[in-house]
Design a protein around this ligand. Structure first.
Ligand SMILES: Nc1nc(=O)c2c([nH]1)NC[C@@H]1CN(c3ccc(C(=O)N[C@@H](CCC(=O)O)C(=O)O)cc3)CN21
Ligand SMILES: CC(C)C(=O)C(=O)O
Ligand SMILES: [Mg+2]
Length: 284
């Protein structure tokens, strides 16, 4: 049985202070979340990357609030210890504040969510602040923000020019000021990541942003090579290849059924005498 205490936002802030790396992985359903918990993960992201790796879309944009609620419920049912964060999907936090708060409330109530993540900097600071005031922990997300894929023009490294870098640092500070408990830095250069991480009192969680972050996050399907359609090559490290194992397991099953090797009598239930008696008569 799991005996670790549930991870909280204040615990993650303490981990930054103590220099203890924060580990995060995405998960989208009950078994994957459970296995991540058993493996000792600190935090789980129900990422809108599920649009890519679970639903087969080419971007995260088609993912709906209902999708996120459905997957968040499965994940939060599975785990007690890791802190669970849910991505707010594309354009669900850019309308009126009223509309945004209703959407956030749906994640927390219908999805049984614990916290939300939003992409963007200064321009969403007021929204972040309103959520935090309402009691919802918010994680920021800067650098490559996949929901702006068609504006950025590709999954590209961010913060390379001094102007971009200054803006990123300013955005990070605005999110901290607004009450975000942590910030994901995606595809940010090593130098800028180190600077932002030093300047903030809240943890930075990196993906493709080097080793100086206070924590790391990767997509489940990339870490385990589980049939991900896009695998970012440079920064991902694969720790297992469950795609190969799944394919091979299913192909053996297919072969054995075709060859009538499976099932054998040990997989079947005996008791034909009673059935035959029932079907073909005997005593009433
Ligand atoms: N499977 C998967 N993994 C992810 O990390 C991920 C998703 N899907 N979907 C949503 C976003 C998109 N992300 C991506 C996708 C592609 C690259 C990529 O191809 N990066 C290049 C480097 C680009 C450059 O040099 O500018 C690479 O080779 O890693 C990076 C992040 C991160 N997220
Ligand atoms: C890549 C991570 C940070 C994310 O936002 C997602 O999985 O959706
Ligand atoms: Mg995301």
């Amino acid at each position: 049985m799991e005996t670790r205490k549930p991870v909280t936002t204040s615990r993650m802030k303490k981990m930054k202070k103590d220099g203890t790396p924060i580990t995060m992985i995405t998960a989208y359903d009950y078994p994957s979340a459970k296995l991540a918990e058993e493996a000792g993960i600190d935090a789980i992201l129900v990422g809108d990357s599920l649009g890519n790796v679970v639903l087969g879309y080419e971007s995260t944009l088609p993912v709906t609030l209902d999708d996120m609620i459905y997957h968040t419920r499965a994940v939060t049912r599975a785990v007690q210890v890791p802190f669970v964060v849910t991505d707010m999907p594309f354009m669900t936090y850019h309308g009126s504040l009223d509309e945004t708060m209703k959407n956030v409330a749906r994640i927390m109530q219908e999805g049984m969510g614990k916290a939300v993540k939003m992409e963007g900097g200064e321009e969403i600071a007021a929204t972040v602040e309103a959520c935090v005031k309402a009691g919802v922990p918010v994680m920021g997300h800067l650098g490559l923000t996949p929901q702006s894929l068609y504006q950025i023009g590709g999954y590209k490294v961010q913060g390379k020019t001094s102007r971009q870098a200054a803006k990123l640092l300013q955005d990070a500070k605005a999110l901290e000021q607004a009450g975000a408990f942590a910030i994901v830095l995606e595809l940010v250069t090593e130098e800028l990541t180190e600077l932002i991480t030093k300047e903030l009192s809240i943890p930075t969680i990196g993906i493709g942003s080097g080793a100086s972050c206070d924590g790391q996050v990767l997509v489940f399907h990339d870490v385990l090579q589980y049939g991900s359609p896009i695998i970012p090559k440079k920064f991902v490290k694969a720790y297992a290849n469950i795609g190969d194992q799944i394919r091979s397991g299913i192909s053996q099953y297919v072969q054995e059924v075709k060859e009538r090797k499976y099932p054998d009598s040990s997989h079947a239930f005996q008791g034909a005498d009673d059935v035959l008696t029932f079907l073909y008569g005997g005593k009433e």
